[in-house]
Design a protein around this ligand. Structure first.
Ligand SMILES: [Fe+2]
Ligand SMILES: [Fe+2]
Length: 175
């Protein structure tokens, strides 16, 4: 194994780690949305609290990661032309994710403020629908990005290009 490959693995490790974390949160959200529906009022406080935590993770961890992805895509787009179309697709998914996280947060606040029991059930269903879509979107996106882009970058970029990219990533990370 060359020095370059080792460096590449080290520098991408935290990107993969973040993906793993996102997938864990997404699984958790999926379970909580099911609980919210079937446990009714019994554990409402705990379930709402769990969703709140996932939302904070989305805002504080996922959204900055999306920005980092965008920076990597901009760099890679000019260096690995064959990735251009998959990158365009993933960029569109980023936008879709950001918008849907916003809508999900809005529906969550609506549910929080709903006092009427039958309306509350409707609000739970709406939140679950939006959540299910968001979960589907994120799982697919992460799979496509890990397999279709990160791996290809690692394979196709020249050592010098990787060095430049990783330097940009590190600087972005600490900024
Ligand atoms: Fe992404
Ligand atoms: Fe990513």
């Amino acid at each position: 194994m060359t020095k370059e490959i080792l460096d590449a693995e080290n520098n991408f490790a935290f990107m993969y780690k973040k993906h793993k974390e996102v997938l864990e949160k997404v699984d958790q959200l999926n379970d909580t949305l099911t609980n919210l529906r079937y446990e009714g009022k019994v554990h409402i406080g705990r379930n709402m609290n769990d969703i709140e935590k996932v939302l904070s993770f989305f805002n504080e961890d996922l959204l900055p990661h999306v920005k980092l992805d965008e920076m990597v895509f901009t760099f890679v787009g000019t260096h690995v032309p064959k990735l251009e179309s998959v990158i365009r697709l993933l960029q569109a998914e980023h936008k879709e994710m950001v918008v849907n996280i916003e809508v999900f947060s809005y529906l969550f606040r609506e549910l929080e403020n709903e006092k009427n029991e039958s309306k509350r059930m409707e609000a739970v269903e709406k939140l679950r629908d939006k959540g299910t879509y968001l979960i589907y979107l994120m799982r697919n996106h992460i799979q496509a990005e890990s397999e279709g882009v990160y791996k290809v970058i690692d394979r196709e970029l020249r050592p010098e290009e990787k060095k430049t990219l990783f330097k940009m990533m590190r600087e972005f990370k600490s900024s």
